[in-house]
Design a protein around this ligand. Structure first.
Ligand SMILES: *Cc1c(COP(=O)(O)O)cnc(C)c1O
Length: 371
């Protein structure tokens, strides 16, 4: 770790963290595809002791989130490591609108009798505060996927918790640039680095940032025992992606705001959900809590599921693909995904990338009109 442990801006951290600075060191931490190391030092085997390449990613994200980070093979591998901290009979609380992998993991554990699961409306701050008193794992995702609901994290994180309980925030949609969950009082902040950190749809990785050394060790232990270790190439690419994240986010977020505004008055659009719009139910809390409204815009087309599917087929510049947070814009109908049938059938989730905003608008417009 570099010696100048600095208080620098997040943009500079993205560029400067995770580098070696001694004379002769390569500017970028090298890709080290090692499983084992010559014995005699603290590091013997990668699954236990990590590699220099994974550590670069952990240093970047740790400094960005204001804590220490542990990198995993994917966002879900990181999430599974958090659930691995639970004892038999634990009480788990998750949001009503939540990443489907988390719902699947939580419900499968409940079916097996490992824990109980309660789902709470993200906007119902009172219910979350009450749940904090008795839950062992308080799982928050804000803004949520795909309805972009923003939870009052400041209030919920300040609520008294059961000793030993964990309050986790999935920070993937906000990114550490727009939201700092550890500062708000969360025990851990989690990223699917597959999304904004990687930013190019070419890797899977996950990272958890914490302030407690005990929790960091427990998560490392889970990673070692489950073998959910990040790949060398993936870690290298994630660091490479992180270097430009502030620029990518700034551009994409600006375009997302513009597209959300225009979609609101488009004749083929029934409803737009974007936290930056005054019409969004979470707008006030979003404006207070987030430093930016993000790059995801969710909207309901006029018509039915087949009309919405046709929009996805007609886009030319925008890709018809799942996932988010990449340089390329992508769109999908979320209700088409198994387990997401509770969503409006016409709901489209647009992840805005860094293409020319006017060309994105022209593409959306022609796809919506079916020209
Ligand atoms: C993608 C995603 C995950 C899971 O991450 P993977 O890297 O795909 O395993 C978790 N939470 C959110 C909000 C996501 O968007």
């Amino acid at each position: 770790m570099s010696s100048d442990k600095p208080s620098r801006s997040l943009e500079s951290t993205l560029v400067a963290a995770g580098r070696d600075t001694h004379p002769g060191a390569p500017l970028n931490r090298p890709l080290v595809p090692a499983s084992n190391f010559v014995l005699g030092a603290s590091r013997a085997y990668a699954r236990d002791g990590g590699t220099p390449t994974w550590e670069a990613l952990e240093e970047v994200v740790g400094e960005l989130e204001g804590g220490r980070a542990v990198a995993f093979a994917s966002g879900m591998a990181a999430i599974a490591a958090v659930f691995d901290q639970m004892r038999l009979g634990a009480r788990v609380v998750i949001p009503d609108d939540c990443y489907q992998g988390v719902v699947g993991l939580a419900e499968r554990g409940a079916d097996k009798g490992f824990w109980s699961v309660e789902r709470i409306d993200l906007e119902d701050t009172v219910a979350w505060v009450e749940a904090c008193a008795g839950a062992d794992l308080i799982w928050l995702e804000s803004p949520s996927n795909p309805l972009l609901t923003v939870a009052d994290l400041r209030t919920i994180c300040a609520a008294p918790r059961k000793p030993g309980a964990l309050l986790a925030v999935d920070n993937t949609f906000a990114t550490p640039l727009n939201q700092q969950p550890l500062d708000l009082g969360a025990d851990l902040s989690l990223q699917s680095a597959t999304k904004f950190i990687g930013g190019h749809s070419d890797l899977l990785a996950g990272v958890i940032a914490v302030r407690s050394g005990e929790l960091e060790s427990a998560l490392r232990r889970s990673r070692t025992l489950s073998g959910a270790t990040p790949g060398a190439l993936e870690s290298f690419l994630a660091v490479r992606g992180a270097r430009t994240m502030a620029l990518r986010l700034e551009r994409a977020q600006q375009s997302a705001g513009l597209l959300a505004q225009r979609l609101q008055t488009h004749p083929c659009v029934a409803r737009v959900r974007y936290p930056g719009l005054a019409s969004h139910p979470s707008h006030a809390i979003a404006a207070d809590q987030l430093s930016g409204f993000g790059t995801i815009v969710t909207f309901d087309g006029v018509g039915d599921a087949s009309t919405a599917d046709a929009v996805c087929r007609r886009v030319r510049l925008i890709r018809h693909a799942t996932s988010l947070g990449a340089v390329e814009s992508s769109i999908e109908r979320r209700g088409a995904i198994p387990g997401q049938e509770h969503l409006p059938s016409t709901l489209l989730r647009l992840s805005v990338g860094i293409e020319n905003a006017e060309e994105l608008w022209a593409d959306l417009d022609q796809a919506l009109r079916g020209a």
